[in-house]
Design a protein around this ligand. Structure first.
Ligand code: PLP
Length: 370
């Protein structure tokens, strides 16, 4: 059987959640599980994240899935709802919505949920410099007053544009704007207004600004959110192993080229393996010549780094076995990403970030829990 496999590791997820709690012990945690839990599968991750205070999703469909899976705590819709009838659905399913522009404000004011409803808490989005979603200085004050007077509880929220780069000058600007606005609203609207500022990168770089809720995403899955430290240096564990098997062994003669475009030519006779995985499974086609995989020798669990040779195809790729024992087994496991290489390394070789590789996995690989 073709064995392209995505293995989700619940223990790693829980470990990473604990790292969040350790860094920001006084904040509640809204664990971000949007985009099918960054490609890990919402069903696979929810049990491991049960100690989070809430989860965050980007669409009502994802919210529904989480409720159907039994999630009964805070469920945040981070882009809010897209029309008035979805606002009613959000109330029906006890979602706490972001309100980032006037139409959402109008829907909320026209249809106020019961005092006991979780939808009575809304996350008011303030634009502090990302310049995508959110109200500006004047309109956020206005919106806060209207919502508070209508009976809503408020969490003032904003999102960093450059939290991965701790020295970026916009970070201080965003922190400053957010803290003065929160102070102003607490003084002029209600002392009870909560705050939420930090994504993963900010939990690492600015934990002193955790406020009431932190919103970790990528670090829960074991990738590094910052550009100055690797995941292992942050004590984060990769929550996914992406693996396949050797499907054939070949020797390429000196001077012969391999695969589409004949991109790689053997300089000497070279032993290679065909691996049953490709971009049809979600492994990026665009990787550079630095990309490598790990071949695992099942006899002693030894790991061998093997470079990829030639173009990644839809269903297979070719790796160089030069450094691997001569008698390596045909069905040996090949690790595309996991502990080594880390998905962040593969992302670097593909000119992207771990987030994208994780989210772009296709439906084809087998999915299992460790
Ligand atoms: C996705 C998202 C997060 C999580 O970001 P990470 O970088 O993955 O930690 C936090 N807040 C908002 C509003 C988001 O959209």
């Amino acid at each position: 059987m073709r064995k392209a496999t995505v293995t989700i590791k619940p223990a790693a997820l829980t470990h990473n959640l604990m790292q969040v709690k350790k860094r920001t012990p006084h904040a509640k945690v809204l664990a971000m599980v949007k985009a099918n839990a960054y490609g890990h599968g919402i069903k696979a991750v929810l049990p491991a994240l049960k100690q989070a205070d809430g989860i965050g999703v980007a669409s009502f469909t994802e919210a529904l899935e989480a409720r159907n899976l039994g999630w009964n705590k805070t469920l945040g819709l981070i882009e809010g709802v897209f029309n008035a009838s979805e606002w009613q659905q959000a109330i029906d399913y006890d979602c706490s919505c972001v309100i980032h522009h006037t139409p959402q404000l109008d829907w909320a004011l026209a249809n106020v949920p019961d005092a006991t409803s979780p939808a009575r808490t809304v996350w008011l989005k303030y634009n502090t410099g990302m310049n995508r979603l959110g109200f500006d200085d004047e309109s956020v004050i206005q919106a806060a007053k209207l919502l508070y007077d209508a009976g809503y509880q408020l969490v003032l929220t904003t999102h960093f544009a450059n939290a991965d780069d701790r020295n970026h000058p916009l970070n201080t600007v965003q922190i400053q704007r957010f803290s003065s606005m929160l102070e102003y609203l607490r003084e002029h609207v209600s002392s009870d207004i909560k705050g939420s500022l930090c994504n993963s990168a900010a939990i690492i770089n600015f934990p002193e600004h955790a406020y009431d809720w932190v919103r970790p995403g990528i670090m829960l899955y074991g990738s590094s959110p910052v550009n100055h430290k690797r995941a292992d240096e942050l004590n984060l564990r990769s929550a996914m192993d992406f693996s396949a098997q050797i499907m054939a062994l070949q020797t390429i003669k000196a001077g012969d080229a391999v695969g589409y475009g004949s991109r790689w030519t053997a300089l000497q006779d070279t032993k290679v393996a065909l691996v049953s995985i490709g971009y049809g499974d979600g492994y990026p086609r665009v990787v550079s010549d630095e990309a490598y995989v790990s071949v695992v020798d099942s006899r002693d669990e030894q790991n061998y780094h093997c470079p990829i040779r030639g173009r990644v195809a839809m269903d297979m790729l070719v790796i160089d076995l030069s450094g691997v024992p001569e008698d390596i087994a045909l069905d040996s496991e090949v690790m595309l990403w996991g502990t080594t290489p880390h998905v962040d390394e593969v992302a670097t070789h593909a000119g992207t970030i771990g987030y994208e590789l994780l989210c772009r996995l296709s439906a084809r690989p087998l999915r299992v829990l460790a």
